[in-house]
Write a protein that binds this ligand. Structure first.
Ligand code: MV4
Length: 449
């Protein structure tokens, strides 16, 4: 086992990782920017190192500073959390060169899945259903129009270096194609320094359903069920739940087994999320994330498995401690992302938290590094916490969520909690009938001009 883990992240996820380390008896090192001196993860870690000024590029993304912090503290492993350096293949390689363990997949798998064209080709070769589209990159305009005719309009142009929705353009018909290609190419070049594009059939009203996987790089890989993350705004997830209200047990078992088999063939090491669009009873692979995700707690609640503890075990070289048949699914879980933002305009609301009372009781979990008297710095993502509720079934889970939201008091800043209090009584939410566009349409109706 590791003696000391450096946590290369901040906020609620730094705290989440710290908790796993403490339970394993592993010493912890927090790193922080000058804006995060009062952060909870800094207070609770055994040691802390300031790695630079507020801007993430100078601190949480500053590889030389993080390496220096490892050397100074003699840390033998780094947990990158999500965001920041978590999907940097180069960072994983550099740590390896310094004989420091990266708690995550191999740099090869990170790089493979970071290229969305290669990821899709790999997924197809592993037997996963993929969205119909171009074989590899789209080069010339003529090739693009031939492909689009073959695929059938509408088509979606995506950036190979993209992901998370950046650099995407829909072409409704042949008349749109040239503009869509040019815009996507320019945006992709500007955002990623890479203008490689590919094309897919545009699915109009899918759900976003993702499968959590975990493998040991020694031939063992299992799935931990799916999460429905269709409720999003501008490619930011807002509400995630497991299991998906859209699937029956047969569909659930089939996609889980298909993904687990694919990860065994890939000999995947670490935790990962295989993302699908789900429409008309069919799954279509879109991307794979090679990191721990924000919404991992909903999976933990329905499986009872501590995903971060398992990540750490696997990074030491240990084989997976359980088999697929040991994974038991129980009940329903919902996560609401609490952002320091106005609940209708989503304008960020950093500043001093004057009151902070979070709910408790059976089946209620709050992951947050915030506290009364804490000042949220303006430099980072506005996620300040997550409310996760678990119950025996979806109905009880919704009732428990309503109760938990009612108990929540966060004063001094705006939060997204009032949005959730409103969503919980929407018939479509109660019925579980929503797709990836539902929330944006709802917000248009309810915040109108
Ligand atoms: C799509 C799609 C429709 N058809 N691909 C957006 C984020 C990126 N991960 C993939 N995305 C999409 N890919 C095809 N072929 C629609 C989206 C999409 C979306 C997907 C998941 C959740 C929210 C979304 C919001 C808008 C568009």
């Amino acid at each position: 086992m590791f003696d000391k883990i450096l946590i290369a992240n901040r906020g609620e996820i730094a705290l989440r990782i710290l908790r796993a380390c403490k339970e394993l008896g592993i010493a912890t090192v927090a790193v922080h920017s000058t804006a995060d001196e009062d952060a909870m993860h800094v207070k609770l870690a055994d040691e802390s190192v300031c790695i630079g000024p507020p801007k993430a590029a100078d601190s949480y993304l500053n590889v030389p500073q993080i390496l220096a912090a490892c050397e100074i503290t003699n840390a033998d492993a780094v947990h990158p959390g999500y965001g920041f350096l978590s999907e940097s293949a180069r960072f994983a390689e550099i740590l390896e060169e310094h004989k420091i363990a990266f708690i995550g997949p191999t740099s090869e798998h990170i790089r493979l899945m970071g290229d969305k064209i290669q990821a899709k080709e790999t997924a197809a070769a592993l037997g996963l259903p993929v969205v119909p589209g171009s074989d590899g990159a789209v080069t010339s305009g003529e090739e693009a129009s031939r492909m689009a005719e073959q695929i059938g309009y509408p088509v979606l142009i995506k950036a190979a270096a993209g992901g998370g929705g950046r650099g995407m353009k829909v072409a409704e018909s042949a008349a749109d194609l040239e503009t869509a290609l040019a815009t996507a190419r320019a945006e992709s070049k500007a955002a990623f320094g890479d203008d490689t594009l590919y094309m897919e059939k545009y699915l109009k009203q899918p759900r976003h359903i993702e499968v959590q996987v975990i493998g040991d790089g020694q031939g063992n890989a299992v799935h931990l069920g799916e999460r429905d993350c269709s409720l999003q705004r501008r490619h930011q997830k807002v509400w995630e739940e497991a299991p998906s209200p859209a699937l029956n047990d047969d569909e659930r078992a089939t996609i889980g087994a298909t993904v687990a088999r694919a990860m065994q063939k890939l000999n995947y090491r670490g935790v990962g999320t295989v993302e699908f669009l789900y429409e008309g009873g069919e799954f279509f692979f879109i991307e794979m994330n090679t990191r721990l995700q924000v919404e991992h707690p909903v999976t933990e609640m329905i499986t009872g498995i501590d995903i971060v503890i398992e990540q750490i075990h696997i990074a030491t070289g240990a084989p997976l401690s359980f088999a697929q048949e040991d994974v038991r699914f129980s009940g329903h879980a919902i996560e609401c992302r609490i952002n320091a933002e106005h609940h209708a305009t989503f304008v960020p609301s950093p500043g001093l938290i004057t009151q902070f009372h979070v709910p408790g009781g059976l089946g209620v979990r709050v992951d947050s590094g915030a506290y009364a008297g804490y000042r949220i710095p303006p430099y980072y993502d506005s996620l300040i916490g997550k409310l996760i509720v678990h119950a025996r079934n979806r109905n009880e889970c919704l009732m428990r969520l309503k109760r938990a939201l009612d108990e929540c008091v966060i004063d001094g800043i705006e939060t997204t909690i009032p949005l959730f209090s409103a969503l919980i009584s929407e018939p479509d939410i109660v019925n579980g009938s929503y797709d990836i566009h539902w929330l944006e349409k709802y917000l248009e109706k309810h915040q109108g001009p």
